[in-house]
Write a new protein. Structure first.
Length: 271
């Protein structure tokens, strides 16, 4: 079942965009090349050629991305570069035994790597340099629900949308007591997030979702991150709080919806 989930989850979606045209186009091309492996699943020589191009293109993309980060003096440049090196090494090791594996196994391994490692890297790491170069107003504008975030379940989608609305409300001050407003709204967000995760886990249990236990661990990680964020609130300036909240919502919540919750869609397609 895991194999079918990943073999059905490799389409590019504009919701994965980091906000830089060239980098987004290169990310899209990586997904397109990966999809071609499935397209030519009866032609091993064609697949080998595509995989070779995919590995080379990924390395070229990382090089271009590093040059861009360097040009904007991105403060996490060295860490990001090390992550690229790690991904290149892992990708190369995945296909080293290509001559001894079935075409289906090869396609599964590549799809899983692109969907888990590369997409996760885009949503969690690449989005950070997107934040780095954006103003507070630009980031605030991006914090809104869009149709691309749907997982096609009425309750889950409505609760995801409500989370966005609560977070947005935290940034809308009434000029009376800003700190109290923030504290009250964050408490509401925290409580609603816990309720939503419980509903989502019940939904996954009802459909016998095979990755439920892994998903529960990720939910707890998001809650822990929220706890850490709330603890630092009293020491933060308003402008720093705003940027941190926007980052939290984008990196942890939006990315979780796009990366993890959407696997549920692909699972349902296989039933």
């Amino acid at each position: 079942m895991e194999k079918q989930i990943y073999l059905n989850s490799i389409d590019w979606d504009k919701a994965y965009s980091v906000g830089h045209e060239r980098i987004d186009n290169e990310h899209k091309r990586i997904f397109e090349l990966t999809a071609e492996v499935q397209k030519y699943k009866n032609d091993i020589e064609k697949i080998k050629k595509i995989i070779k191009e995919l590995i080379l293109y990924t390395k070229t993309h990382f090089f271009n991305e590093e040059n861009y980060m360097k040009s904007i003096n991105y403060d996490l440049y060295e860490e990001h570069k090390k992550e690229h090196k790690k991904l290149n090494k892992e990708f190369t090791s995945i296909v080293k035994d290509i001559n001894n594996e079935s075409i289906e196994d090869i396609a599964f391994k590549i799809n899983k790597f692109i969907y888990t490692k590369i997409l996760q890297h885009i949503l969690l790491d690449d989005k950070q340099f997107h934040h780095f170069r954006k103003t507070r107003e630009e980031l605030k504008h991006s914090l809104k629900w869009i149709a691309n975030y749907k997982v096609n379940d009425k309750l889950i989608d409505s609760e995801h949308k409500e989370l966005f609305e609560i977070a947005t409300d935290a940034l809308n001050y009434d000029n009376s007591d800003i700190k109290q407003h923030i504290k009250t709204t964050l408490a509401k967000l925290y409580k609603y997030m816990q309720t939503h995760f419980e509903h989502e886990e019940n939904f996954m249990a009802n459909i016998k979702y095979p990755l439920l236990e892994e998903h529960k661990i990720l939910h707890q990680k998001i809650i822990d991150q929220m706890n850490d964020f709330i603890k630092t609130l009293t020491k933060m300036k308003i402008i720093d709080f705003e940027k941190k909240l926007l980052e939290y919502m984008d990196i942890w919540l939006i990315s979780h919806i796009l990366f993890e919750d959407r696997k549920i869609i692909y699972y349902l397609k296989t039933k």
